[in-house]
Design a protein around this ligand. Structure first.
Ligand code: ATP
Length: 565
């Protein structure tokens, strides 16, 4: 077996797009040089496995309020190994839908139906665990903001691939080199609020995260969106390089520059759910000239196609738009060609393989704990805010109630302070954890869909990594109010009981916060949702009214409250 680097060195000297096939004698001599297992080998893929992905008469039908809408209209086509195939078309033409169907990310539901079949080397992808062979790079960059690219890739490799530490390091170094990430490998990824990597670097890291498993089919949704034309071209160059390693690379692209367009191997143009061109990108202008739509000489063909296929209002097509699309579709349909059938019979028949995590629960937990801890300790501001919240509230309470002990009838006030303490802990914990979660939900959903780890290992590791930043502020709060007021005799054991009860409450409401945070997509919504959920829990916590005064049959509700007294 040969490492991918060997392939890339050999192939970079080749200018055409032929898929390199190694001769047996070359292969065996290289085995002696490269004793290390390549990622492909580690994943169980044969080094020479190549996939032709075909889609045959695929339709996607949505049913809404009794009305059926056909998003994809019986489209057929194929993507070959060793080529970069680009999907283009006007907004809403169905590019992402097709890509998602090919990736196996869309399934039949009550309101959506997929018709037709998708095959990989002639086998229906439903009969394969296609995730084993393919990878999908989403339009959004799904990365943890406080990790570096090297750390992100390393955690991903350790979670997804077998091997020892040295093998993971080697694999990650190879990807960093392949994707030209050397300069930024040890910089923090960053986020909207925290400066980090540039858009192009971030996108390359996202591609690297998917290349960790050495997929044979690489699907990408608009990897160049939001990038300037130069950076976008760098991304395209990298995708071409990846395809030359024998991968089948398919990507949707918005508005490529003309020099970028010239680099595409194959082009699939979509209009209103129909494929209207499929073939060599370089031949597309000739084809459109032939059917009566000549691209002006000095115009970027990509711009021309976008204008030609542009529809102002999809629901109300003008007569002119309707006629134009009908003509282009009819011209394409009239071409006699084998559009969606598997024709690379020399490619190996794929066997059903199942995605199985290479790690057990304990390993997943340890890697996830280390990742979550690294990510959260690099965000000191969040911790500082939580500490200030508790210290401020503790100090205010201590200031107002510090002569409580002198007051002979202070039991009511003590009860109120206990209630207030439980409210503070519940609110802050719930709110802070709910706000954290929307940022991590896309990563968690993506990784759990890829069956990289179990939900339990993720939840446990996350809760444990958050503990220091949650236990410490509560300890500071207790130290301030318990002795300053004082809430009890100067008895250390009672102090720890008080602290312990607040910690239990904190763990509980943090869990509630995770649930709320996972229900919404933004921090703002999570913030808005917290009081809606927490306020009723305060209402029936037993302070007003007392549990004994609850309506008959409702006493159970006290257990769903922030009650600690
Ligand atoms: N589940 C769905 N329910 C209703 N409509 C849908 C659904 N999925 C897709 N659509 C509609 O199908 C059309 C095609 O969507 P798709 O995202 O595939 O377009 P696109 O070509 O990728 O567009 P863009 O370039 O703007 O991302 C759009 O009009 C979209 O609103």
């Amino acid at each position: 077996m040969v490492s991918p680097q060997v392939f890339s060195r050999r192939e970079s000297q080749e200018s055409n797009i032929e898929i390199p096939v190694m001769k047996e004698e070359e292969n065996s001599s290289l085995v002696e040089v490269y004793q290390e297992k390549s990622p492909t080998e580690a994943n169980g893929h044969d080094e020479r496995t190549k996939i032709q992905l075909c889609w045959d008469n695929v339709s996607y039908v949505i049913e809404k309020e009794g009305q059926e809408t056909q998003i994809l209209k019986s489209v057929s086509g194929k993507a070959n190994p060793g080529e970069l195939l680009v999907l283009m078309g006007s907004s809403g033409a169905g590019k992402t839908t097709l890509l998602n169907i090919l990736a196996g990310r869309l399934n039949n539901t009550g309101s959506a139906k997929i018709i037709g079949q998708i095959t990989a080397n002639g086998t229906n992808i439903k009969d394969l665990d296609f995730g084993y062979y393919s990878a999908y790079v989403t339009q959004e960059d799904i990365l943890l903001p406080n990790l570096t690219p090297r750390e992100s890739l390393m955690f991903s490799s350790r979670l997804r691939m077998p091997g020892n530490y040295q093998q993971h390091v080697k694999r990650v170094d190879g990807i960093i080199e392949d994707l030209r990430l050397m300069k930024c490998a040890d910089k923090i990824v960053g986020s909207i609020t925290k400066k980090g990597l540039s858009g192009g670097e971030r996108k390359r890291v996202c591609i690297g995260m998917e290349l960790i498993t050495d997929p044979i089919v690489l699907l990408l949704d608009e990897p160049t969106s939001g990038l300037d034309s130069f950076t976008a071209e760098v991304v395209i160059d990298l995708l071409i390089e990846q395809s030359r390693k024998g991968r089948t690379v398919m990507s949707t692209i918005h508005q490529p520059s003309s020099s970028m367009f010239d680099k595409f191997d194959k082009l699939v143009l979509l209009a209103e759910g129909h494929i209207v061109y499929q073939g060599l990108a370089a031949d597309s202008t000739k084809y459109f000239t032939k059917i009566g739509y000549e691209c002006p000489k000095l115009m970027n063909p990509a711009d021309y196609y976008m204008r030609l296929l542009h529809i102002v209002d999809r629901k109300n097509l003008t007569e002119k738009e309707h006629e134009k699309i009908e003509n282009i579709v009819a011209a394409y349909d009239s071409i006699e060609q084998d559009k969606g059938n598997y024709d690379e019979s020399k490619l190996e028949h794929l066997k059903t393989k199942h995605l199985a995590s290479p790690t057990n629960f304990a390993t997943q937990f340890m890697i996830l704990l280390s990742r979550a801890w690294t990510n959260s300790r690099r965000d000191p501001l969040a911790g500082q805010i939580v500490i200030s919240e508790y210290i401020t509230m503790g100090a205010l309470l201590a200031l107002l109630c510090n002569n409580l002990a002198k007051n002979y009838d202070s039991s009511t006030t003590r009860t109120q302070i206990l209630f207030l303490s439980s409210t503070i802990v519940s609110f802050y914990s719930c709110q802070n954890s709910a706000m954290q979660f929307p940022n991590e939900t896309p990563l968690f959903l993506k990784e759990s869909k890829q069956k990289i780890y179990s939900t339990a290992s993720y939840y446990l590791s996350k809760s444990l990594a958050d503990i220091p930043m949650q236990f410490l502020p509560i300890l500071l709060y207790c130290l301030i109010i318990y002795w300053a007021i004082p809430l009890n005799d100067y008895d250390a054991s009672k102090f720890f009981i008080f602290y312990f009860i607040l910690i239990l409450l904190q763990l509980n409401t943090t869990g509630v916060g995770y649930i709320l945070g996972s229900l919404v997509k933004t921090e703002t919504l999570a913030l808005a949702l917290t009081p809606i959920f927490m306020q009723p829990m305060m209402l029936w916590s037993g302070l007003f009214p007392h549990v004994d005064d609850f309506p008959q049959g409702f006493s159970w509700i006290q257990y769903f409250s922030v009650r600690i007294i």
